[in-house]
Design a binder for this molecule. Structure first.
Ligand SMILES: [Zn+2]
Length: 241
């Protein structure tokens, strides 16, 4: 069993407004908004813990929140949900307590965790969204990218992330078109059952799913996620100068 109260404690230590957006099986799901200092900020969504047994994503979100993001806030605003599947996080299961894979459930409205996230999303349109995951079978990292304008930054992200560790040599087997080594396109065949494809269709013109190998040490997985995120924000900010 993993300690979810530790997550809550770290969030409360941030001295940022934390919103409880819902309770699932007695665990709160939190949302943190980082307001921008810009007049017209680009809204970014960051999510972790869709799969409960992938703690590096939750840890990456927490470490992002715990660091100084003043420079980024000159251009971006952030909506952050650190752990979408707290029951799974505590019990170290991919699925929810009801054996639902949240990342295959966004076309339904009967899954509590999904309903909570959809309510938060409302009518919001994001410039960019990133969802942090892990892969138990992988030996290196990889990522999925979806973009409405077909301008892919994945190759640059993978190049930057190679400083942290190697690309996974295996195809993840999700029928996603391969762009370059370690970069796959969000497949249209997936529909909108997964969080990232759902966001791409309804809420974000650009999405990334970052995948780290569980065999790496936690800190290295976190570093990988944050490198992908920071590199993406860097490229996006240059695109809009
Ligand atoms: Zn996952």
């Amino acid at each position: 069993m993993r300690d979810y109260t530790e997550i809550t404690k770290r969030l409360k230590n941030l001295e940022l407004p934390i919103e409880c957006i819902g309770n699932v099986h007695s665990y709160p799901i939190h949302q943190i908004d980082l307001a921008s200092s810009a007049n017209m900020p680009q809204p970014v969504l960051i999510t972790g813990g869709v799969h409960g047994d992938e703690p590096a994503g939750v840890e990456a979100v927490l470490q992002f929140l715990e660091r100084d993001n003043t420079a980024l806030l000159k251009q971006f605003s952030f909506t952050i949900i650190p752990c979408i599947n707290p029951y799974g996080y505590v019990h170290e299961t991919r699925e929810t307590r009801n054996d639902i894979d949240i990342n295959r459930a966004f076309e339904t409205d009967v899954v509590t965790e999904v309903a909570i996230v959809k309510k938060v999303l409302g009518q919001t349109q994001f410039s960019f969204a990133i969802d942090f995951h892990e892969d138990y079978d992988a030996t290196g990292f990889y990522l999925y990218e979806g973009t409405r304008n077909e301008k892919y930054i994945g190759p640059q992200l993978a190049a930057a992330a190679k400083a942290i560790g190697p690309v996974d040599p295996e195809d993840p087997g999700e029928d996603a078109p391969n762009l370059v080594e370690g970069v796959y396109k969000v497949a249209t065949e997936w529909g909108t059952q997964g969080l990232a494809p759902y966001l791409l269709h309804f809420h974000s013109k650009h999405v990334i799913i970052s995948e780290t190998p569980t065999v790496w040490q936690l800190e290295r997985r976190v570093a990988l996620h944050l490198t992908i995120l920071d590199t993406a924000l860097d490229i996006i900010s240059e695109m809009n100068v």
